[in-house]
Write a protein that binds this ligand. Sequence first.
Ligand SMILES: [Zn+2]
Ligand SMILES: [Zn+2]
Length: 336
Amino acid sequence: MRAVESWLYAAYKGLYCAPGDFYIDPPRPVDRALITHGHADHARSGHAHVLATHETIEIMKVRYGVGSAATFQTAALGEEHRIGDVDVRFAPAGHILGSAQIVIEHGGRRAVVSGDYKRAADPTCQPFEVVPCDVFVTEATFALPVFRHERAEDEARRLLQSIARNPERAHLLGVYGLGKCQRMIALVRAAGYDRPIWLHGALVGLTELYQKLGCNLGDCRPASTAAADALRGGLIMCPPSVLMDRWSRRAGEDPVRVFASGWMRVRGRARQRGVELPLIVSDHADWPELLDTIVETGAEDIWVTHGREDALVHQLGLMGRRARALALIGYEDDAE
Ligand SMILES: [Zn+2]
Ligand SMILES: [Zn+2]
């Protein structure tokens, strides 16, 4: 059996699998890329050949254009692919629509590159599948004991309670445009909110794509098409960056500013952004989920990528596991 680090390792262009001659989520353009999901730090334009789930490919086409890779090939979840001298399978990661872990087998050993993941239920994507493996490559976005997310359903209910208490005030909900936006819409729909939901222009394309791919999000409309008084008392989704800027004035004199993010656990971050109602909802695993998942995979070796690598590596050491930070460049820990 060949040790996994002899055939899967960090190379100049990204995480490289030598016997399959492919990269996973490479930050630089390559000949053959396997992409875990559509977030910008994982899916880049300019690769010659991309293998990804149908949803991830559609997301890449909306974001970067249909010609953003020379060729796209679809990997259905669960389907086996032989690439060079390795067997590859995509397994659901529970992170956003189309997100996948990439399971790679070679020489009697199995590595799982999980991309980004979470364990909490999400009505917009398939739940995370635990794949037993020898090496588990994990993110570490929220890898500090302080990070414990709330139940997303409860946070959505808090939002609806605020809307009911403040019928004259618009609610401006800051969300990242891919994943969080559509998940929050699905959650407030499930909690019974059936009025139109208004979208900042930057959120329209991907939200329409989710609907096209079968996510039922109800009546969503561009905020630019709203009549002057239609936004009063309404729910408006927007990128976090515009919560405080001029654009927010169209929500009226005194909107309730809301931000849904795992970072809202840190009080200072909410205050800094002028957020009146912080919702602690994340598409990444929190600290207990990270540790539980790693234990469940049974992996002897854990390689930690973007985020709080040091804290997670240290904790896993205390738990008697072999863990190390995988020095990959080009990933952001903030995009959620
Ligand atoms: Zn992501
Ligand atoms: Zn990421």
